[in-house]
Design a protein around this ligand. Structure first.
Ligand code: SF4
Length: 288
């Protein structure tokens, strides 16, 4: 008897989705350029439209909601449920990345994370005493969330006593002076890719899949911020759309270094940023 073979899906290691580009912090060298206050948030219907096109074609080892700061999107819970609806199997790890300050604005988040098998990753971005005094109680609260895997990452670039970190991350990604960004010109794509902390961080943006955060969100910067002509060749990059062939998708999924990696440093440059909290916080419903 003839048996219809199930179409084989193409494996992607990790797909990240910005719940919002907005961020409450200002971290130099953010790989999504969030310190430049890029606007725009995702709604659950749009996410559903995008995932409907991609889910039949890809197996995701990992899918992440992040930003920006994802908890600044009032629809965060709907986004989590939408991701789970398309990727309910445990074979797809599901992760919410946050800086933690606005977790409290989402009533029922703990249960939704548990029900939708989402893991929680909180990044500490500064060792400054005021910052730590605000984030430490949030970390303690998250540790109490039963059935929700929780890890803390160190994004401060410094040693911080008293917090058990799973991972240290934060390196220089581009030059940044007086509110403008300039790419590296090391022109050694292979070496840059090998050292790259974002090499397995594909982005789902505008319904297309992009290689990494920098090449995706570069185009959302105001022209005056990326006015250096060295960015021009990188602005032509378009990722891959759902109209691609299976062969194009497979090639995209397997591609390692490519020309665009020439915009990144060919060596790891550890980097300590200053205090990323706004100096004069505005009073709003999202104020921490
Ligand atoms: S362009 Fe290449 S090296 Fe640079 S961040 Fe993207 S994947 Fe990494």
């Amino acid at each position: 008897m003839l048996r219809r073979l199930k179409k084989q899906k193409i494996v992607l290691k990790s797909l990240q989705i910005h719940a919002t580009h907005l961020c409450n912090l200002s971290c130099s060298s953010c790989n999504a350029f969030s310190q430049f206050k890029i606007k725009g948030s995702l709604d659950a219907d749009t996410l559903s439209t995008w995932l409907k096109k991609w889910e039949p074609r890809v197996h995701l080892e990992k899918i992440c909601l992040l930003g920006g700061e994802p908890t600044l999107n009032p629809e965060l819970i709907d986004l989590i449920r939408t991701v789970y609806r398309f990727f309910p199997k445990k074979s797809t790890q599901k992760v919410l990345f946050t800086n933690g300050f606005y977790l409290k604005n989402h009533s029922g988040l703990e249960k939704v994370l548990r029900d939708c098998q989402f893991e929680l990753r909180l990044t500490v971005h500064s060792d400054e005493p005021h910052y730590l005094s605000r984030i430490l109680p949030i970390i303690e609260e998250c540790k109490r969330w039963e059935g929700v895997s929780f890890l803390v990452y160190n994004g401060s670039g410094k040693n911080i006593d008293g917090i058990e970190f799973r991972e240290e991350k934060w390196t220089k990604r581009y030059h940044e002076t007086e509110g403008k960004v300039v790419p590296f010109e090391d022109k050694n794509p292979r070496s840059s890719w090998e050292k790259c902390p974002s090499k397995f961080s594909m982005q789902l943006h505008d319904g297309r899949i992009w290689k990494c955060p920098m090449i995706t969100y570069l185009r959302l910067l105001k022209p005056e911020v990326r006015q250096d002509p060295a960015w021009e060749p990188y602005m032509k990059y378009q990722g891959i759309g759902p109209d691609c062939t299976d062969k194009e998708l497979l090639d995209f999924s397997l591609r390692e270094d490519e020309e665009i990696c020439g915009m990144c440093p060919s060596k790891r440059i550890d980097f300590s940023k200053g205090n990323p909290l706004p100096k004069r916080p505005k009073m709003s419903s999202y104020e921490g």
